[in-house]
Design a protein around this ligand. Structure first.
Ligand code: ADP
Ligand code: MG
Length: 231
């Protein structure tokens, strides 16, 4: 069983190319890139600004199409899927956390975590119960009725993390989730994120500039000559 799981990563990128075209020039970001995330694994993506971390995460999370290659989520090839199918997978199977929280400003923290669950078909009561549990777990339970503008940066990111895992995704992708926070707050937010990932057996790929946080993950990768390599 263990061997089978090793051969069957939860997320796999194979032969991925991605280039941007601007003013007639080609900027190659990913070139024949491969990457595997094993089940339950927490991997840090560490690379300088502009190296392509967001591009890799957006491609892995089906937010961007690779020019070539495939993204395989839980054994399912995503390259040939329709936009509707990709949207459904994004909604149900991928959790995404951005550097800036991107919470909906006119809704409370609780509602922000309820909404993705209700979009998936849960009743408001069931969604509210799970949302409150997740906010409690992220240690922002008492702030549930507040709007994002009434929360601190660290609290906003904790709510954003709770929202990202609300639908129990297969993978959590986080793009410098503590990048806007002071070091101490970043540490607290990462503690809560790590506990959540470990406790739920989630698999996570987390871009970070913070080497201390990167050191706490199972493995570290970087981007080099368009490829994902271990460091
Ligand atoms: P990182 O997240 O590591 O800072 P990005 O993936 O955001 O890097 O960007 C990698 C490079 O691609 C950067 O040089 C960036 O300016 C460029 N880039 C990103 N998105 C686009 C786009 N939509 N059009 C043109 N260039 C882009
Ligand atoms: Mg980025």
């Amino acid at each position: 069983m263990a061997n089978k799981q090793l051969r069957n990563p939860i997320l796999k990128l194979t032969g991925v190319d991605r280039a941007y075209h601007e003013a007639g020039r080609e900027l190659v970001i990913l070139k024949d890139a491969d990457f595997s995330l094993q089940r339950g694994e927490m991997v840090a993506l560490v690379a300088p600004s502009g190296a392509g971390k967001s591009t890799l995460l957006h491609t892995a999370g089906l937010l961007e199409h690779p020019d070539k290659g495939d993204v395989i989520l839980d054994g399912r090839s995503c390259s040939a899927l329709s936009d509707d199918e990709r949207t459904a997978i994004r909604r149900n199977d991928v959790g995404f956390v951005y550097q800036f929280h991107h919470l909906l400003p006119e809704f409370s923290a609780l509602e922000n975590v309820m909404i993705p669950q209700m979009v998936r078909g849960l009743s408001p009561a069931a969604a509210a119960e799970r949302a409150q549990q997740l906010l409690d777990y992220m240690k922002v339970g008492p702030r549930a009725s507040h709007r994002p503008s009434e929360l601190s940066g660290g609290e906003q990111q904790r709510v954003a993390i709770a929202r990202a895992v609300a639908n129990a995704p297969l993978v959590l992708l986080a793009d410098e989730p503590t990048g806007n926070l002071d070091p101490q707050t970043a540490g607290y937010v990462f503690d809560a994120l790590e506990a959540l990932v470990r406790q739920s057996g989630l698999s996570a790929l987390i871009a970070t500039h913070n080497h201390e946080l990167a050191a706490r993950m199972d493995r570290r990768v970087t981007l080099k000559d368009g490829k994902v390599v271990d460091i």
